[in-house]
Design a protein around this ligand. Sequence first.
Ligand code: RP5
Ligand code: MG
Ligand code: MG
Length: 280
Amino acid sequence: IMFHYKCRNNIYPKTDGKIVRFHVPDDKVSWNSPYPMYNPTFFTSTCIFGQPWADLDLNVSDFQPNWNSIDGYVNRISLTGMYEIKNGYPLNPCGRTGVTGRGVLGRWGPNHAADPIVTRWKKSKNEHVFNENSNKPILQFVAIQRKDSGEWALPGGMVDSGEVISTTLKREFMEEAMDLLQKSKEDAVKIEKEIEEIFNEGIEVFCGYVDDPRNTDNAWMETVATLFHDEKGNHVGMLKLHAGDDAVGVKWVDLDRNLKLYANHISFLEEIATRLKCHW
Ligand code: RP5
Ligand code: MG
Ligand code: MG
């Protein structure tokens, strides 16, 4: 399990600065370290009420989630193992965040996402481009700019209830990086055909907790990040990118350890650098 930073000691997103996280020093993150002064704000955004993808409040009497299990169409199993329930609320497996409630997340406990990592080699006149310091070939991946925070990120999204992850990976890539939702039926079919080649075989590079700025003590993001590498650059590497849905920008980005990305997405990419022996 990882240590979290992006969901700690800052202002909760999308609240106009109104929800400030209770201070949690490094040595008080773990639920095992006593923190008697700890008095986080309870916050659940009204924007999630009534949404089909959101749970009901836990004080609604006929809402009795089956924690740590597949609960009807909702997957309440954490990729990090069993999470604890305290006073009826699931506890963030990475510890305190300074806010309780769900914030803007729909589900109590784990909120499952999937992140496609689509890569190709950087080429100039058909030759690999090497970084002059590392002498290693430069890899490029598709990044989107998030509408919510403006940060660059992997084009990931939530797993719909009952959806298989391979579908989420493909769907989110097409929606955010290819603007599928605005395309005609005809074009959509074409796009899907073209990316199928590459999305047929992926390599899972990360699976677990995400250090997402929306996390709270009782709701958090988890993801499966999967690599789709276009070795020859003749499939996805050729496609025209077009930002869509909750993305306002999209581009091929040169992989480098100093990139600043949303949540802890950079750590998923480090894994890929090791695998593909590219510049990092
Ligand atoms: C991150 O949020 C995940 O890694 C994924 O990239 C993303 C999913 O949420 P939305 O893009 O749907 O907001 O935690
Ligand atoms: Mg999306
Ligand atoms: Mg998204």
